[in-house]
Design a protein around this ligand. Structure first.
Ligand SMILES: [Zn+2]
Ligand SMILES: [Zn+2]
Ligand SMILES: [Zn+2]
Length: 264
């Protein structure tokens, strides 16, 4: 009997670096461009598999992203790290909590959970939770785990001087996807975890070398080392102009806000 479940997919809610594109006050060609592919909200994705919807990161643009994509229900939030461009939309989770009986599962490393608790203590206070506030069920990521048949493997990576994580998702239908929005260096121990992914989505700030993010060239090398089938770049700055001709090797693409990748 054919499945009646909707096809699995990943949608880019945002593909921009921490300040977004256009950059406030910048009059460069990309920031002034009217090509929608040159407008980048802060990096975040939703992964849909069967009846399950996972949100990765809650950046400052979450409200706008949810309205644009008619995102009304999520089953869990996964955090890559606590930098402000990945967590500042935390309070927008209220609207998703109103529509559920149970607290919203929130997966993050112990360090990231500690930071979130300091930033948004009211959501983690247990008995002090009022109706209408964000109500979360925090879950520490210390090893691979599973959500509704989706195998999730944390991917430790270096992001400047700090270690953060990406995620590898292995879907029930056999598709594998690795998502690493913030990375400067891939530790040798993480390489086998992303190797042979069907899809790699990785930080590529632009062509210039940067202390905390990969350049496009560095990201291409990681993808080649990992032997992935297709690679999409994200977390891009205003140095990346997608309005004209784009020179990338085969199987490499720049992502853009609203792009949906079918995963079935
Ligand atoms: Zn970031
Ligand atoms: Zn600019
Ligand atoms: Zn970061």
């Amino acid at each position: 009997m054919p499945s009646t479940l909707p096809p699995s997919s990943l949608t880019f809610l945002g593909t921009g670096t921490s300040v977004g594109v256009p950059v406030i006050g910048c009059d460069c060609a990309v920031c002034l461009s009217d090509d929608p592919k040159n407008t980048r909200l802060r990096s975040s994705v939703i992964l849909r598999s069967g009846e399950t919807t996972l949100l990765v990161d809650t950046g400052p643009d979450l409200r706008q992203q949810a309205l644009t994509h008619q995102l009304t229900a999520i089953d869990a939030v996964l955090y890559t790290h606590e930098h402000v461009d990945h967590v500042a939309g935390f309070d927008e989770l209220r609207a998703f909590c109103w529509r559920r009986d149970e607290p919203l599962p929130l997966y993050a490393t112990p360090d990231c959970l500690k930071a979130l608790t300091q930033m948004y203590g009211w959501a983690f206070g247990g008995q002090t939770q009022y109706k209408g506030y964000v109500r979360v069920a925090p879950i520490e990521i210390i090893a691979p785990f599973e959500i509704a048949g989706i195998r999730v493997t944390p991917l430790p990576v270096l992001h400047g001087s700090v270690t953060v994580i990406g995620f590898r998702f292995d879907l029930p239908e056999g598709v594998s996807l690795s998502y690493i929005p913030d990375i400067k260096e891939l530790p040798p121990s993480t390489l086998p975890l992303i190797t042979d992914s069907d899809i790699l989505i990785i930080d590529a700030l632009g062509d210039k070398i940067h202390p905390t993010h990969m350049s496009t060239g560095e990201a291409i090398q990681v993808a080649r080392d990992a032997n992935v089938k297709a690679t999409y770049f994200t977390h891009m700055g205003h140095g990346v102009d997608l309005s004209g001709r784009i020179d990338l090797p085969p199987h490499f693409s720049y992502a853009y806000d609203g792009l949906t990748l079918p995963l079935s």
